[in-house]
Design a protein around this ligand. Sequence first.
Ligand SMILES: [Cu+2]
Length: 153
Amino acid sequence: MSSLRVLLLLTLVIACSDEIVSPVGSDDSQSPYSEVLEIEDARARTSRPPHANSAAFMTLINNGNEDLVIVGVKTPRAKVAELHTMLQEDDKMKMRRVERLVVPSKGELELKPGADHLMFFELDKAWRIGDKLKLTLLFAKYPEQTVTLEVEK
Ligand SMILES: [Cu+2]
């Protein structure tokens, strides 16, 4: 079956090369991290007036032997960027800010509507369909990852 997955302009940039320490004995010139984390289906939604905010979603795949812990997110397109999850309270699902999201070792974390997601407030201006924006994910023990993604619907 072909997946409904939309191929996006997705660029992974390993930032701050001076923070990256290559493992001793590494015999290839590629980043030691390049195969540990894969990011698929990165997309953002259009902003919702009147309290201009938005959200972004993606699937993070961790091929490594250690959990990857996301501790933050930032973008030049919003002053406030948070990690959110959904919790049930009084029979209602509500979103709540969390300090961390975990991409389990040899597993994946799917950020999607109605579940864990990235949330943005105080946008620079409306996020419109087709806008490309950069998000940088911050990890506890892993180089930050900048993803270029597109605003969809
Ligand atoms: Cu939220």
